[in-house]
Design a protein around this ligand. Structure first.
Ligand SMILES: Cc1cc2nc3c(=O)[nH]c(=O)nc-3n(C[C@H](O)[C@H](O)[C@H](O)COP(=O)(O)OP(=O)(O)OC[C@H]3O[C@@H](n4cnc5c(N)ncnc54)[C@H](O)[C@@H]3O)c2cc1C
Length: 390
């Protein structure tokens, strides 16, 4: 485990873990590498791999409250810092959740569990067959999770636009050729093993399952020709290149991502949870296609398995903020998609700034309890007013 403060970035943590010999890593993600690990975990962000649920693995918070008080959770609240490093849940209520996606306090530091870096790993990419391919692929993918062959957070599904958008910049040619093909679903999986025989068998079983529902299955390990491990997402190295997807709407794109804000990249997410069913995936795709018809918008869809039951989806719209027409199209597409997701019962698991106004109103009891908690922890409403929609 590692104790982190707000200024620890993905890049700096990875450099430190490399120095320590890489026995453990933080699952890689698609965001910018200079983002804060603690902020991402408090936002309930996700990495790819068995330990991808960052907030689920975060404990022993040291919190600054706006009252001037300093609140410690975990066993450390009774001074037992040694056991607090090893065990997350002392007797009594668990209140860490209050500080996630909220404005109740500033977390000064917390402990996060790292994933043991097993000596063998592979990434498997499958192109799902067209027509009824997705319907046949979903039970196979779910079975890979329930059987324990892959961890839920190790499976990501992409539409071809999402796949292409992450290839922009350095890999622009591959992105163009992917977009020229008919629209298609792809799945990426990571598998890990402590022994080469187990890795080989795992790969064989996954391959045998996937070829039934795929046009093409590609397996890649993370070693070079002489057997040295390379720095890939399999050992927690995020390269930040996926941030290029934010440049999709721009006519002139850099080779590597810069500052998306000053580069005037329009980019917005919607993050609904959907059942892990082919009909819901197709429904979500239909909503996105119908509501993002504008030629000024670049829409993409990705989703990460959270369990064999539910998918966390990332619906993204990219546009050029220097084009006022594109800006108007993006805001209206965002509002329409949001409305339709709500009507389908696809509830969000993360909210962006644009989502706050459109979010469904919770019950009165929920709102009143939340207000009482806010008043108790931040009586003058100093921290991030409006962060939770009021
Ligand atoms: C192209 C792209 C791809 C992305 N891919 C992924 C992905 O694969 N997985 C993923 O999870 N995210 C992804 N993201 C989202 C993004 O990387 C995260 O939201 C990011 O980690 C937030 O970083 P930040 O340092 O800017 O945090 P901030 O924006 O500063 O913080 C996020 C929120 O956390 C809260 N917060 C921050 N620090 C504290 C604190 N100390 N105490 C209390 N609350 C706090 C605040 O409410 C704040 O609103 C992606 C983003 C982009 C642009």
């Amino acid at each position: 485990m590692v104790r982190i403060e707000p200024g620890v970035t993905f890049k700096s943590l990875q450099q430190r873990l490399k120095k320590e010999g890489l026995s453990y890593h933080l699952p890689a993600f698609g965001g910018p590498v200079d983002a804060s690990v603690l902020a991402n975990a408090l936002e309930r962000g996700e990495g790819i791999g068995a330990y991808g649920d960052r907030f689920g693995l975060l404990w022993d918070f040291d919190v600054a409250l706006a009252t001037g008080e300093r609140l410690r959770t975990g066993h450390a609240r009774i001074g037992l810092t040694e056991i607090s490093r090893l065990h997350a849940r002392p007797a009594g209520p668990l209140i860490e959740g209050l500080f996630s996606q909220s404005n109740f306090g500033i977390v000064l530091s917390a402990t996060i569990a790292l994933q043991p870096t097993l000596p063998y790993a592979c990434a498997i990419m499958a192109e799902i067959k067209e027509n009824d391919g997705l319907e046949r692929a979903v039970p196979v993918l779910r079975r890979l999770i329930t059987s324990g062959l892959i961890a839920p957070q190790s499976l990501v599904l992409w539409d071809s636009a999402k796949q292409a958008s992450s290839l922009l910049g350095r890999y622009a040619k591959e992105a163009e050729s992917l977009l020229a093909k008919p629209k298609q679903w792809g799945a990426s999986l990571l598998a890990f093993a402590p022994h080469p025989d187990l890795m080989r068998l795992t790969q064989e079983i996954i391959h045998a399952e996937l070829v039934l529902v795929s046009n093409c299955v590609h397996i890649q390990d993370d070693r070079d020709e002489v057997g040295h491990r390379q720095e890939t997402i399999m050992t927690g190295f995020s390269d930040g290149n996926n941030a290029m997807s934010g440049y999709w709407g721009k006519k002139h794109r850099p080779q590597t991502p810069g500052n998306m804000d000053t580069d005037r990249c329009g980019f917005v997410w919607l993050c609904p949870v959907i059942p892990f069913e082919a009909k819901d995936i197709c429904n979500l795709e239909k909503i996105l296609t119908e509501e993002s018809q504008s030629e000024n918008l670049f829409a993409a869809l990705g989703m990460q398995a959270i369990s064999s039951r539910a998918l966390h989806c990332f619906v993204s719209l990219a546009w050029d903020r220097d084009d006022p027409l594109a800006e108007a199209d993006a805001l209206s597409a965002h509002a329409n998609i949001s409305k339709r997701l709500k009507a389908e019962g696809y509830s969000p698991y993360r909210l962006g700034l644009l989502d706050l106004e459109l979010a469904t109103k919770p019950t009165e009891t929920w709102t009143s309890v939340r207000r009482r908690l806010k008043n108790a922890l931040d009586p003058q409403g100093i921290l991030s007013p409006g962060r939770m929609g009021d």
